[in-house]
Design a binder for this molecule. Structure first.
Ligand code: ARG
Length: 472
């Protein structure tokens, strides 16, 4: 039986009927639909709508539906079900008889889908934050292993200054920790329960909304039934947060691809995450990285699809909102599949430290440190910059580095140069002068590794506490 056929004289056009269904994709929401339905059933019992026998029958029936779906996925192959709400009602009635129809008392699918989606997004956030903690931890481990080895840092993709390899890796950890925080923020704002909002104006029965919210691990009920049944801000925020995460991953992937080229030669691609060419026998291609970079388009596209689907919708529920489900789930799936692979890649990648270290010592990356030497001897910074610029010019003509210029010639540029200048040009000295919080001096990087580890630990603890709470 349909959920709404009473006022219709004609059956639906069969093609339209199939086309407007959402069961193909909202079947994924079954566990949330069952949980929300159980909470509603309990509220119906307290409101005196269900007898003790009826509530027992309904709760048992809902549980059995969950078990059946888990043990035989083909149970969900139902050509008649319009959506997940219809499916559960239909199967519940098949299981326990007409009492099953009582479950829908005082509720609407509009509040149900809003609730199911919030539960889905909340669970996805918990999983994603867990995966982000794993990825960050893989990066921090590699940062620690890299110890004091250095590499060039680039601005404008031109060699700029040397940094520790650990410092470079921690830059990505910062991005991913911000992503984890944004997800937490989104979770905090969305953790309110629409149940009891009815179709648009609020439930028609005295349902205990606070009780239903608590049962489902929400912080409380939503404040306005019109907003609650039509609000998809949480889905948009979530999808946008994932766009930003995908964007960070695409930057990471691009840099790894560059660094794996013969031209850079900083990293060796792990074979277990690369593929060959069907034509060129010598090739090892960075497919994982390229796909990660490419997925950013898809995830950003999903986020745009959501914004445009919701744009201009009058209050309250409109069927357009059904269109928000697929992009939302696709973004979550894409990121959930990708993050463990990225973490696996980070664990497996080979760093060519010698080559990086060498690259860090050529191309005048100590020029700013050289200018700083003069500044510390009282030369105004602009003039020091200019003097070192001249020295670089000399080197370019002679095809050498600053350290190769004789002291005499340096002194012709400025009398402030002395023998200890050469010491200041050495890689270890150059690294050491960046001795500020957030800088690349080895002691600062070690400190940052410690701080980051603590942040990852508290992220893990938070996720664990929330997961336990949400599934209690
Ligand atoms: N499948 C619908 C959706 O995703 C469920 C809500 C349907 N509500 C309605 N009044 N037709 O939005």
């Amino acid at each position: 039986m349909k959920m709404w056929s009473g006022r219709f004289r004609q059956p639906l056009d069969p093609e339209f009927e199939r086309w407007q269904r959402s069961f193909d994709f909202d079947r994924r929401l079954l566990r949330y639909e069952l949980a929300a339905s159980a909470a509603h059933a309990r509220a119906l019992k307290s409101a005196g709508v269900l007898s003790s026998d009826e509530i027992i029958g309904i709760l048992r029936g809902l549980q059995q539906l969950g078990e059946r779906a888990a043990s035989s996925p083909s149970f969900l192959d139902d050509d008649e079900a319009e959506d997940i709400h219809h499916f559960v009602e239909k199967q519940l009635v098949a299981l326990i008889g007409e009492t099953g129809y009582k479950l829908h008392s005082g509720r609407s699918r509009n509040e149900q889908i809003a609730t199911d989606l919030r539960l889905y997004v909340r669970a996805a956030i918990d999983q994603l934050r867990h995966e982000l903690a794993e990825l960050c931890s893989a990066l921090v481990n590699r940062a620690e292993q890299a110890a004091d080895s250095a590499m060039p840092a680039y601005t404008h993709l031109q060699r700029a200054e040397p940094v520790l390899v650990g410092h470079w890796l921690l830059a990505y950890v910062e991005m991913f920790l911000r992503d984890a925080e944004r997800l937490a923020d989104c979770r905090r704002r969305m953790n309110l329960c629409p149940l009891g909002s009815g179709a648009v104006a609020g439930a028609t029965l005295p349902l205990d909304r606070a009780f239903m919210a608590e049962t489902l691990g929400f912080d409380g009920p939503t404040a306005n039934s019109m907003d609650a049944t039509s609000d998809r801000d949480f889905a948009l925020e979530f999808a946008q947060t994932l766009s930003l995460l995908a964007l960070h991953l695409s930057r990471w992937a691009e840099e790894m691809i560059l660094f794996s080229t013969e031209e850079y030669g900083f990293i060796g691609l792990p074979e277990i995450f690369s593929t060959g060419s069907s034509a060129m026998p010598q090739k090892k291609n960075p497919d994982l990285l390229e796909l990660v970079r490419g997925k950013a388009g898809r995830v950003a596209g999903n986020s745009t699809a959501l914004i445009i689907a919701v744009k201009g919708l009058p209050l309250a529920y409109n069927k357009d909102l059904q269109e928000t489900q697929e992009p939302l789930v696709d973004s979550a799936d894409t990121m959930l599949q990708m993050l463990p692979l990225v973490a696996g890649w980070m664990k497996a990648v080979e760093f060519h430290h010698e080559r990086m270290q060498q690259a860090a010592q050529s191309g005048f990356m100590n020029a700013w440190a050289a200018a700083t030497y003069l500044v510390q001897r009282g030369i105004p910074s602009r003039l020091a910059h200019e003097r070192i610029g001249k020295a670089v010019q000399m080197c370019l003509e002679r095809k050498c580095e600053l350290k190769d210029l004789p002291l005499k010639e340096l002194q012709s540029l400025s009398p402030a140069f002395d023998q200890d200048f050469y010491q200041s040009l050495q890689l270890s000295s150059v690294l050491a002068i960046h001795d500020v919080p957030g800088g690349t001096a080895p002691a600062r990087v070690r400190q940052a590794i410690g701080v980051t580890r603590k942040q990852i630990e508290s992220l893990r603890e938070e996720v664990h506490a929330q997961e336990t709470h949400a599934h209690a």
